[in-house]
Design a protein. Structure first.
Length: 52
């Protein structure tokens, strides 16, 4: 909990940050990586695949 010292508010690092990194950061990273991989697959199929 924040406290006053000499007229200044003193907080821990967690309090100052406001939150900790939760599973949301991981989910965004995984989803973004999956979308990039899917985009590369689509580009590969369009340019190099397609039917023999």
């Amino acid at each position: 909990m924040a406290r006053m010292e000499d007229g200044h508010i003193v907080e821990t690092a967690m309090e100052a940050r406001g939150a900790e990194r939760g599973p949301t950061v991981r989910n965004v990273l995984v989803a973004g990586t999956a979308l990039v991989i899917a985009a590369f697959v689509v580009v590969y199929i369009v340019y190099f695949g397609g039917g023999g």
